[in-house]
Structures are given as structure tokens and as C-alpha cells.
Write a protein that binds this ligand. Structure first.
Ligand code: PMV
Length: 340
């Protein structure tokens, strides 16, 4: 494709998402195909904004693409992941130019809010557009999946379901919208329980779980039922049913990982204390339900009107460092497109 047919630059944003039915395990690591489906909620205001420009002068001094994160050159491991992803876009769009990628994250670092989900969703949208493609949403979601499994879900807003798919090429392993962000006024209250990066990255942890956990087969067998129950609960806006599945799914994922060899334990004392706070709130009549990702933080789903009660209870829990209240948000969108 001639450079004159490409936009000068495209900026896109995407919100992060939190899974209520977890994705944990791949059926194909090369194409990053999940072994099971998953279900999530995309969040407002916490995400990534990414600008992509394909041009001959975009090449970095050391060769290859120029990649910055929050204004500074990205660290080598992250830059390599982004370069690999740009390679997929170049191949699909038949563009042979280097790219300049500038990403800004509004996800608080070390908050366990999956910046890679928002990051690769924003990069898939900005990158594909900057390379002259206008992909239909399922294709955009399948592209984002190749950057990070959970990124496929951040293409859509509100409640989202990701399919495991069956095809070998992964074209049916993409997400779809279940319920828009403004259709159900819920909140996720995040209890941050530690600083610093997670103990073991999710990709590596999934691989270890699949290879060594005797519970992995049981996990795979249980997910379709959880997914069906969660989907029905979302469509019926039944918080108690959705919350029950969400807790079950998170506990099963962690139980499965804990049984790996060597064991994968993401929790700390405050994780357990925050779970106990949620059970106490529920016993006192507040509909609140926890989920936990590949880290020690606890995320609590509740109705918007209950967040004012849930947040202080979590903040007062021993070991909880701070809290955040997050609302449902929109899917990935282009915020700026400049032309030559
Ligand atoms: O998208 P990844 O590879 O970072 O994996 C996400 C794993 C979990 O956050 C723990 C679960 C999920 O479904 O998001």
C-alpha cells in the first residue's frame, strides 16, 4: 500500500476489563487461542490511549519500530511484544513501513487492572486504522486477542462474552457485546492490597497450570456451565446470580493455579481479609461479590447505589492500601485521525 493512502496518524482509546468468568489456559499458545470462553465487564476511565503512525522516518535509532510508554522508551520486553503485534498488522495490511507507537496508560500501575487488555485493544484499533484497514469488530477483537487474550474483550463496552472458538486459524475466537455499559448501573470496587508487579505473569502462569495442575481438566470442564449461568444472569440483570458465578469462577481459577507445580499463589493476607469483608457485607444484606485476577487485589461487584457502603468497608480492611470505584465503560474508539 502506498504511504499516501495511509492516515498520518490514528489515536484510539480502550478501557480495561475485569473477567467475571475467568480465562485461564490456552488451546493454542502461538495464536493465543483460549481453551475456554470468558465473560467480563469493560470499565470507564481506566485504560490506554495509543497513537500509531506508519512512516519511513518512524524507525527507532536501534532499528525497528519506535515505541514509547507514558512518554519514555518502553522497556525491552513490552517493546518486543508490541513489535511482534505490529508485525501481524503489517502482514495483514501489506504495509512494509516501520511504526511509531505512543501509549499512555490511565490504569494505575500495579493496581492489577490488566493494562495489557486496554493497551492491546487500543493498539489493535489505532494500528489497523493507521495501516489503512477498517476491520469489522469481530476481526478487530480476534486481532487484539493475539496481543493479549483479555484484550479481545476490551474492543466492546459493558458486559462482554469471549468465545473460545473452534477453528484452527482462531478467526472465531473473538468477543461480542452482551449488554451495553449504560444498561446496568453496577460498580467494581477495587481493594489494592500490595504494591509492585505480580509474582508471575498470567501467560506463564497459565502454561504452568495447564502442564502441571491436576485440577486443570476439572477447570476446563466447569467453565461452560459458569459461562451459561453468567450470560443468563447478565441478560436478566440478576446481580446475585452473576455474583455467585463470579466468586465461584475466581476461586476455581485460583484453586487450579495453586495446585500447579511449583504452586502459583497470588493472594496475601489482605486478599483473604477483603474476601471476608465481602462475606460480612453480604451477611448484613449488601449484595457484594468478589473476583480476583492474577494478583493479590480484590475487585468487588455491587450495585452503583451500594458502592458508598462497600468502599469504606474495604478501605477499613486490615492490609488494604487504597480503593478505587470503577463504572462500566464503552468499547474501543478512535479519538483522533490525522491525514497527510
Ligand atoms: O489476557 P491475559 O493473558 O493477561 O490473561 C488474563 C488472565 C486473567 O486476568 C486472570 C483472567 C481474565 O479472564 O482476564
Amino acid at each position: 500500500m502506498s504511504i499516501y493512502n495511509l492516515p498520518l496518524s490514528v489515536t484510539a482509546r480502550a478501557g480495561t476489563n475485569i473477567a467475571l468468568v475467568k480465562y485461564w489456559g490456552k488451546r493454542d499458545p502461538t495464536l493465543n487461542l483460549p481453551a475456554t470462553g470468558s465473560l467480563s465487564l469493560t470499565l470507564a476511565n481506566f485504560g490506554s490511549e495509543t497513537t500509531v503512525r506508519f512512516a519511513p522516518d518512524a524507525e527507532a535509532a536501534e532499528g525497528g519500530d519506535r515505541i514509547t510508554l507514558d512518554g519514555a522508551p518502553a522497556e525491552p520486553r513490552f517493546a518486543e511484544r508490541v513489535r511482534r503485534f505490529l508485525g501481524l498488522i503489517r502482514e495483514q495490511a501489506r504495509v512494509g513501513l516501520p511504526a511509531a507507537v505512543a501509549t499512555r496508560n490511565s490504569v494505575p500501575t500495579a493496581a492489577g487492572l490488566a493494562s495489557s487488555a486496554a493497551g492491546f485493544a487500543a493498539l489493535a484499533l489505532a494500528g489497523s486504522r493507521a495501516a489503512g484497514m477498517r476491520l469489522p469488530l469481530p476481526e478487530l477483537s480476534a486481532l487484539a486477542r493475539q496481543g493479549s487474550g483479555s484484550a479481545a474483550r476490551s474492543i466492546f463496552g459493558g458486559f462482554v462474552e469471549m468465545a473460545a472458538g473452534e477453528l484452527a486459524d482462531g478467526s472465531d475466537a473473538c468477543a461480542q457485546a452482551l449488554l451495553p455499559a449504560d444498561a446496568w448501573d453496577v460498580r467494581l470496587v477495587v481493594a489494592i492490597t500490595a504494591e509492585g508487579p505480580k509474582a508471575i505473569a498470567s501467560g506463564e502462569a497459565m502454561e504452568l497450570t495447564a502442564k502441571t495442575s491436576p485440577y486443570y481438566a476439572g477447570w476446563l470442564k466447569a467453565v461452560p456451565r459458569d459461562l451459561a449461568a453468567a450470560r443468563a444472569a447478565v441478560l436478566a440483570k440478576d446481580l446475585a446470580s452473576l455474583g455467585q458465578v463470579a466468586e465461584r469462577s475466581a476461586l476455581r481459577m485460583h484453586a487450579c493455579a495453586m495446585a500447579a507445580d511449583p504452586p502459583i499463589v497470588y493472594w496475601n493476607g489482605a486478599t483473604l481479609a477483603a474476601m471476608e469483608t465481602v462475606r460480612r457485607l453480604r451477611a448484613a444484606g449488601t449484595e457484594a461479590f468478589f473476583t480476583i485476577d492474577a494478583g493479590p487485589h480484590v475487585k468487588v461487584l455491587c450495585a452503583a447505589c451500594e458502592a458508598a457502603l462497600v468502599e469504606p468497608a474495604l478501605a477499613a480492611t486490615p492490609g488494604v492500601l487504597r480503593t478505587l470505584v470503577l463504572a462500566p465503560g464503552p468499547g474501543a474508539e478512535v479519538v483522533r485521525e490525522e491525514h497527510r
